[in-house]
Design a protein around this ligand. Structure first.
Ligand code: ZN
Length: 415
């Protein structure tokens, strides 16, 4: 019915004879089709074996030959794929099951690929095959045809190995020890700036938060860079830096002193909530939580019995809106959204880090685990950029801090 291995097996035997006679008149056909003998489930296997011989002891060369052929067909729009799809449709057109609209279309089909502009003809053929290719078969034909197709891929999978591309070796693009020393020295300069500008001993929510954001950003940057800027956690550090920057920008741009109090009180409330959970709910205290220090944090500004616990976001506005108010939606888009996929373990992040595509064409581009997690994208420049943007904000409200962090290059270390 159609020009397929299964379709051939449904023809009358005299038609099959004629098909084989014509097919094997051409030179090189035996070599080209030899890999067919590899398949146990090949329709009309005996007839093929009469013409192609039996599978040799060493199969490897034939599997490779088949893989090369399949490779060019995996792209369903390649020239070779289009040829196959044309061949598949030709008997359907010739038998009248598909009526072409006019003579022009008929000639495009029958004289393919020599009639008309092929840039127009090839997409037409592909579209026709997609639309009508499987629709003209009855079940008695299509079910066993699909069965053979399934068996073909199953045999390919069972009898050939996966091939994982070798991972790129991550190399730090900067001098790690010198860069970390640089970050530590920014910390020390920032501590000096804190002392130089400190005048009071009462609670100063705006000042403490502003400097706190910067020190916290330095810690995050240091950790992101220490893992060569390429580990999964470097992306999480980026996301945290973006959130810090947006929060800091928002607090500054709203310009309401009370908002800094809200920010501080909300954090203290979180410590109280955690302390109460440790007291009342959690039977087994997690190792990372120290009850005494959480209690001390909760009670630091005000005895916690007098504190409210607010749930939800501290400012009752989500981070995206905060970034709009503060005019830094670009940072949200560039550094928060995508790293959030990694923080939440969403599919694309999981796929990216742990899976790769098997390069054996006979396996149809399925996913296989990597030999090791993918650590190829360097976040180092982005970490430093966000850190410096946060320091810039501080300098705007507590001037006199011009120091910025930089990545120390490996080249300059050798000079
Ligand atoms: Zn595979």
């Amino acid at each position: 019915m159609t020009t397929t291995l299964y379709g051939l097996s449904t023809l009358d035997s005299d038609l099959q004879d004629r098909f084989f006679d014509v097919l094997f008149e051409e030179d090189g056909v035996v070599d080209a089709l030899k890999p067919l003998v590899l398949f146990d489930g090949l329709p009309l296997a005996e007839r093929w074996h009469e013409n192609l011989g039996i599978a040799p002891e060493n199969h490897n060369e034939l599997w490779t030959q088949l893989a090369d052929a399949v490779l060019v067909l995996l792209d369903h729009q390649s020239q070779e794929s289009t040829d196959c799809r044309w061949a598949y449709m030709t008997p359907i057109v010739n038998s009248g099951k598909l009526h072409l609209q006019n003579e022009e279309q008929f000639r495009e089909f029958t004289e393919y690929p020599f009639y008309e502009d092929q840039r127009k003809v090839r997409p037409t053929i592909r579209a026709t095959e997609m639309q009508f290719g499987s629709g003209v078969m009855n079940e008695g034909y299509s079910v066993p045809k699909k069965e053979w197709s399934k068996q073909f891929w199953n045999e390919c999978k069972k009898r050939t190995e996966c091939f994982a591309p070798p991972p790129d070796k991550p190399t730090a693009s900067y001098d790690l020890p010198r860069t970390l020393a640089e970050i530590r020295s920014v910390w020390s300069d920032l501590a000096d700036h804190f002392s130089d500008t400190d005048e009071f001993t009462h609670v100063q929510p705006k000042r403490d938060a502003s400097f706190g954001f910067c020190f916290y950003a330095l810690a995050l940057t240091q950790e992101g860079l220490a893992s060569s800027g390429k580990l999964l956690t470097a992306k999480l550090a980026l996301r945290m830096l973006a959130e810090l920057y947006i929060t800091f920008s928002y607090l500054i741009s709203v310009g309401d002193r009370k908002l800094w109090d809200v920010y501080r009180a909300y954090g203290a409330g979180q410590a109280k909530l955690t302390f109460l959970k440790l007291e009342e709910i959690l039977e087994n205290q997690p190792g990372y939580l120290n009850k005494e220090s959480v209690e001390a944090l909760a009670n630091e500004d005000m005895y916690m019995d007098f504190q409210d616990i607010n749930l939800g976001n501290w400012a009752n506005i989500d981070l995206r809106k905060m970034s709009q108010v503060a005019g830094c939606k670009d940072v949200y888009d560039a550094y928060y959204s995508w790293p959030s996929s990694y923080a939440h373990g969403q599919w694309c992040a999981v796929r990216d880090v742990v899976f790769t595509t098997c390069h054996n064409p006979l396996h149809r581009l399925h996913r296989i685990p990597r030999a090791a997690p993918r650590y190829e994208d360097g976040a180092e420049e982005d970490l430093v950029l966000l850190l410096n943007k946060i320091l810039e904000l501080l300098n705007g409200i507590y001037p006199g801090f011009e120091r910025r962090a930089e990545l120390m290059s490996t080249n300059s270390a050798q000079c």
